[in-house]
Design a protein around this ligand. Structure first.
Ligand code: SF4
Ligand code: SF4
Length: 76
């Protein structure tokens, strides 16, 4: 039977990201990148929701949110 599991990851307000790259330098998982220098993108599968990127973002466009996910037994 599936159970609800909460996990956290970072969301970027891409409209207001200034593509400075500060978040990339602090991410312990390599989960955030700025493809083609346009705006930051989070790899939600790799992100652990630590919030380090949000702390250093000069534009304050990153928030860490909890997301409910249905998980089948044996899945994480
Ligand atoms: S919340 Fe942590 S793991 Fe996720 S992108 Fe930001 S620095 Fe990386
Ligand atoms: S630190 Fe903030 S403004 Fe800079 S690239 Fe990352 S999300 Fe965009």
């Amino acid at each position: 039977m599936a159970v609800q599991k909460s996990r956290k990851y970072a969301f970027v307000d891409q409209l207001h990201c200034v593509a400075c790259g500060c978040c990339i330098k602090v991410c312990p998982k390599g989960a955030i990148s700025v493809p083609r220098g346009i705006h930051a993108v989070v790899n939600t599968a790799a992100c652990i929701g630590c919030g380090l990127c949000a702390k250093v973002c000069p534009a304050s466009v990153i928030t860490v949110r909890a997301v409910e996910k249905e998980v089948e037994p044996g899945e994480s």
